[in-house]
Design a protein around this ligand. Structure first.
Ligand code: MRU
Length: 361
């Protein structure tokens, strides 16, 4: 049996056999357990995405692409392909990479005869995964260069990030964390402020874990602490990722990002957004109006889970049973608050003209 290995490092075990099963790191178990989930059909792929066992904009695209390959292995007919594309597209609404990758798979497979569809799908999915990894590496280099150029003679850089935009969210390197990894490799002294990122705590659970693995000094802070730190000169630069960026440079990212951008502007702290070009939605220009914002189950706001001191998994309630809760998962930062966009093709202003030039390259 063929094994389709994908070995970007450090990364998930995509070295599974998409002919049968895709094996991905279960992010809902981190940082307490390193466990893998096996995806053997399109329904399992949808479940892994909606339950956020896999998450992060570029990774959603990569996993959805492999999900199509697995679906085609079971049934390569046009009707099954259409159904699988629809099921995966309905899993999460905001991150455009998911829809971008599905369109690429659809376009690439439609004209391929059924008997050849599976191997074509694996090739396409591998290409998407490799291209996102290459983009992230380039984002790291461009972002590190921008930060070096704008940070003067500082001996230690204090960088603040929100949510998780590291290799867990992309497959390799990350978007917002890629410049941090690159600066570390270049020998810069760094410290990262990690927003906990309520309600799912991707910062506390995932970003802190990633940084610890890489030996990068970091401190987890409550989501509301960033403004205070910026007022006291304790943040040199903010870097976040993006789930969808408009053709005018508005940036949609994890809920709370907009508040960090406001605080950064009020305190003259550069606010950088790192994203592969696959995260740009060229069809829209007004992010607040046009980007669909995922609303997740309210239980994520009022329940907390994790192991107790004896390692036993517990879920606790932090609000009274009678209170209702709302769970908006993303917000939009208007382009005017973004200092620069870091893409795999270089750093550009978050402005319509610069975006158009990027597109025409
Ligand atoms: O809900 P999530 O965890 O999938 O949200 C992820 C983010 O908001 C990331 O910041 C985003 O995908 C950045 S790109 C790696």
């Amino acid at each position: 049996m063929n094994t389709y290995a994908w070995d970007a490092t450090p990364t998930h075990e995509f070295a599974a056999e998409p002919s049968v099963v895709l094996k991905v790191l279960d992010q809902t178990r981190l940082p307490f357990e390193v466990e893998y989930v096996e995806i053997a059909d399109v329904a399992a792929c949808c479940r892994a995405i909606t339950a956020m066992q896999v998450r992060g904009a570029p990774l959603l695209g990569v996993v959805a692409a492999y999900g199509i390959a697995i679906a085609v292995h079971h049934d390569a007919s046009d009707s099954a392909l259409t159904r699988s594309l629809e099921l995966l597209a309905a899993t999460r609404p905001t991150a455009i990479n998911l829809h971008w990758a599905l369109s690429k798979m659809a376009r690439g497979l439609w004209s391929v005869p059924e008997p050849e569809r599976f191997s074509a799908a694996v090739k396409l999915a591998n290409a998407i995964a490799q291209s996102e990894a290459d983009c992230c590496r380039a984002i790291g280099e461009h972002g590190a260069a921008w930060i070096r150029e704008h940070s003067g003679e500082r001996r230690e850089l204090n960088i603040l990030t929100h949510c998780n935009a590291g290799w867990l969210a992309t497959g390799a390197w990350g978007t917002a964390l890629a410049p941090i990894y690159a600066l570390q490799q270049q020998g810069h002294k760094l410290h990262v402020w990690v927003d906990e990122t309520r309600p799912r705590n991707q910062g506390a659970r995932l970003t802190a874990w990633e940084l610890a693995q890489a030996g990068i000094p970091h401190t987890i802070i409550a989501d509301n602490a960033a403004g205070h730190l910026m007022q006291h000169g304790m943040v040199d630069v903010v870097i976040v990722g993006s789930d969808r960026t408009t053709a005018s440079g508005d940036v949609c990212n994890k809920i709370g990002t907009y508040q960090k951008a406001l605080a950064a502007r009020d305190n003259d702290v550069p606010f950088l957004v790192a994203l592969p070009v696959s995260t740009i939605d060229w069809t829209i220009t007004d992010g607040v109006r046009d980007i669909p914002i995922e609303q997740r189950d309210a239980s994520e706001v009022v329940l907390l889970s994790g192991p107790d001191d004896d390692g036993i998994a517990r879920t606790i309630r932090v609000a009274s049973v009678g209170s209702s809760a709302a769970n908006f998962a993303f917000d939009v930062t208007p382009s005017r608050l973004v200092t620069t966009l870091i893409t795999e093709r270089g750093c550009i202003p978050a402005k319509t003209e610069a975006m158009a030039a990027l597109r025409s390259e």
